[in-house]
Design a binder for this molecule. Sequence first.
Ligand code: GUN
Ligand code: ZN
Length: 642
Amino acid sequence: MFEIVKRDGLARIGKFETRSGVLETPALLPVVNPKIFTVTPRELYDEFGFRALITNSYIIKNNENLREKALEVGLHEMLDFEGVIMTDSGTFQSHMYGEVEVTNEEMVQFQKDIGTDIGTVLDIFTEPYWTKEQTAESIEVTLERLQQACDMKGEMMINGVGQGSIYPDLREDCARRMATMDIDVHPIGGVVPLMEQYRYTELVDVIIASKKGLNPNRPVHLFGAGHPMLLALATLLGCDLFDSASYAKFARDDRMMFIDGTYRLADMKSLDCNCPACRGQTLESLKKMTKDQRTKILARHNLYQITQELALIKRYINEGRLWELVEIRCRGHPAMLDALRRLKSHTEFLERTEPLSRDGALFYTGSETRARPPFLRHAERIMERYVPSASKAAVFPDGSKPYSRAYEWEFHKARRAGYVPIVITPFGPVPAELDEIYPLAQSVFPEITDAETVASMDELTFNFLEKMGFEEVIEGCDVPEDGELTYDPDQIRARAIANYQFGIEAADALFRGKIDIVKSRKTGKIRNVISDGEHILSLRAPDGLYTLKPEGAKRILEKVPAPFMRVAVNDDSVPFVSNGRNAFCQFVLEMDENIRPMEEVIVVDKDDNFLATGRALLIKNEVMSLKKGIAVKVRSGNGDDA
Ligand code: GUN
Ligand code: ZN
């Protein structure tokens, strides 16, 4: 069973329950060669904290001593490892050396017999140079073998390896067909050659295509990915498990892995590493020791690089900043930069899991940052959900934030003269009313702008101004000194935020009759919106977005048909949710597929009656497939005084 504990876009911190304990993801499984322990499994567990490893059942089966021992005492005792043991099946050997002399049935049975926790089907490795026809045919064979493996797996979990070479449609189709099978882990296979050849853009396409089809309630393993340089990017794309043989292979070759690449000891000018393995060593001392001693130290160094990077990735997920780490990491190699640039062609897919707001500010690290989903989301919402409050516009250059404080007097003058103040920002146009919303206010850009960002700002602004059909557009500095303010800017702001956050139809339902606005005496910011005497919305200071109150939710239920903004739960869940308890995935019957993480939602019963308001943590396809975990963090139930 897999539970998502924390998410950042497609990236997730999860808990994967196995019979040998709960594994926290993202996790890397060191590859243990059953014939030679470069680092012993016991050390991997005790010293490095690895709670899972992967070894090869094909090698064990083909070696009489190992086979007899494994069958007699079981894999855990043979390796002296109490954590989770995954085994591979011989597929990689067939990729390296041609055909293997075993059947899928034999391999699955053997893995069961030696007590593997997670066994692997004997899949067919789809090579990147294969034709589409050859690839499609071999996928059929892999899927048949997978069905056989599922039928015989018993207590063992099964790795259903997704294949499809470099063909995104085959990858997605293969994934979709596996999603309905009784599989426990989804490795993405056949990607080792792409990684060896630095074909990272294709790797990105393959991972995304697979993620589109896979079942979100199972961890995704990127088979053969173990270089620390790649881990942040692969995690951002939704991979949960990795494995590394390189830590030992490279060590035997006198090569050291670092976050920016792999270096030969012979080429290095200094040993500038302070990991526990390198501490006290110099290049000279390493070169002087015996090969065996050195291999041990380099392997440990390589493992420390991996564990360090994984810990950092977890921290960035927890802080909601994994994109930033990825953007930094992808500058380590031009091929990685290509991978980062490739993400732009997948922004629409990535937007589906992008939270509505995050705790920290968005940091711009370069023109690739504009491929992040919040940029696309703003461009769409501003075009579809903004209604200008006047027929003329005055445009202002980007400045300090929030704009309505920096430009307080200028905005006032523009409004008096009948112009909507609009700031031209790297996100595109930002009307004054929306200037406190995440990430428009909670973002930091360099003052020296790059040409690509300027071009994109201009294009977005041009399209926006044209769509809004203003009769006149002038520079903010040219606004004439005349007119009289005929409206309350707070009223305009309150409504504009609702349009932007919930859509115009929902905002129409929310705002009726007389609107009273309660402002903070300290900050002067809007706090509560009262409509017809009822408290419908509260504005959150950190992200400038609304919290939906029960009265507001009821108005939306009345006016906007289901499933809009709804998460419907079954009868068992009703008493809990209406008392303010969270809504759990396993009780959800239906959900609006347009709900994004951290969005305000209305929890209803099966007949669309109001139960509570709250914030969604997951999107529909995750909620519908997960058997554990919180779907909606409920704020106030029916019984609440709200
Ligand atoms: N190890 C690396 N790639 C693969 C793959 O595609 N299938 C299996 N079974 N093991 C692998
Ligand atoms: Zn080191």
